[in-house]
Design a protein around this ligand. Structure first.
Ligand SMILES: [Zn+2]
Length: 362
């Protein structure tokens, strides 16, 4: 309940900050419904877990628990995330065909004087800064770095070879090409440290704590590679969080081509998905919790291992092969069109990550 109250306050602040007339507010309220949005979670996957495989080596992403901590430490973050969600849903609504409810901005009989936000439709290039904290110089090889970038470029350009071979028929027309290129000429910053594990409180992102400070997160995706510990494969920060810690953290054993069920570099694909504002595909709760994506099925918990299709939950087949589930690296091989739209909203002219776009050449 506490969070519902703060949600209402956030919405009130959001709408009052928009400096629009009462009639426009009512239009916005009708068109953009944020009533199902949430930021805090219990982050307890175990109670909803569907065990389709052995209990060994379950994927463990710390992003939602990290979000709870960030929300507690940053009083403005909840409101920022609601504002980003509002912009995201407005962007998606504007993509609907004209004449449908919540349709395009040009159907508004009383357009606001401000120019409409501009979507970005081209290939997006994301420069990378790879911050490696290793126990000895070269522990993370250049080949590992190159393989990780190649995997990201495969997955975000619909080039994962498993996609065409293995996506079930009912999901085939939902497969998305994000058209995001990760620069294969990254800035690599290396630091050696004898620290055995860096934990999940962003110490690796701070030079004062022995880590490496972020480099210009408005124009680079910062990836920290280090020993996290606690069985955590990686974690990300959602759009809206503190700039100094914006980026993703990948466990050193799961970065690029390594070995084992999480040795194909898909922890980074999953975490970059969070950095692009994607939630876990099961919505981090039971059947009534959503991932805010229209074309992903409702589910009640993560899938582990390598599930055999179909896995039924909440009356539909789970999309276990989605990069935002918890399956083995080799068993995840698709994003959806709805997930792509959600991420693309960030790169519109009014989007949170619009600083990555060179608008002079658009
Ligand atoms: Zn995750």
């Amino acid at each position: 309940m506490k969070h519902n109250i703060s949600k209402l306050i956030s919405l009130a602040l959001l709408f009052s900050a928009c400096n629009v007339s009462d009639s426009e507010i009512s239009i916005n309220k009708q068109e953009i419904d944020l009533s199902d949005f949430f930021v805090y979670t219990t982050a307890d996957d175990s109670k909803n877990a569907k065990m389709t495989n052995t209990k060994d080596s379950r994927r463990n992403c710390y992003t939602m628990t990290n979000l709870n901590r960030l929300l507690d430490e940053n009083p403005g973050l909840e409101q920022s995330m609601y504002a980003i969600e509002y912009q995201t849903r407005k962007y998606i609504a504007s993509k609907k065909p004209s004449g449908t409810p919540g349709g395009g901005p040009n159907t508004d009989p009383n357009p606001t004087p401000e120019p409409d936000p501009v979507p970005y439709t081209g290939v997006i290039t994301i420069p990378l800064v790879i911050n490696i904290i290793e126990q000895y110089y070269g522990q993370v090889t250049d080949a590992q770095v190159e393989s990780q970038i190649a995997i990201l470029n495969e997955d975000f350009n619909n080039l994962n070879p498993n996609t065409s071979k293995k996506v079930p028929g009912e999901f085939a027309n939902r497969v998305a090409d994000f058209e995001i290129t990760f620069s294969d000429n990254p800035t690599i910053i290396r630091k050696t440290s004898s620290k055995a594990s860096w934990g999940t409180r962003d110490a690796m992102k701070s030079s004062k704590k022995g880590g490496i400070d972020a480099t210009d997160p408005a124009h680079n995706l910062n990836i920290w590679v280090c020993q996290i510990g606690g069985g955590v494969l990686g974690y990300a920060q959602f759009p809206g969080g503190p700039s100094a810690t914006d980026g993703v953290v990948i466990g050193i054993d799961y970065f690029g081509e390594t070995s084992g069920p999480y040795g194909d570099g898909r922890t980074a694909t999953h975490e970059v998905g969070h950095w692009l504002n994607l939630r876990h595909i099961w919505g981090d709760g039971g059947c009534s919790y959503d991932d805010f994506v229209q074309d992903t099925p409702t589910s009640d918990g993560p899938n582990y291992g390598c599930p055999i299709y179909p896995i039924v939950a909440c009356g539909s087949n789970d999309m276990t092969m989605n990069y935002m589930d918890y399956v083995y690296d080799d068993c995840m091989f698709m994003f959806t069109i709805g997930q792509n739209e959600r991420s693309r909203a960030l790169f519109a002219s009014d989007g949170y990550r619009s600083t990555f776009i060179d608008w002079t050449s658009n």
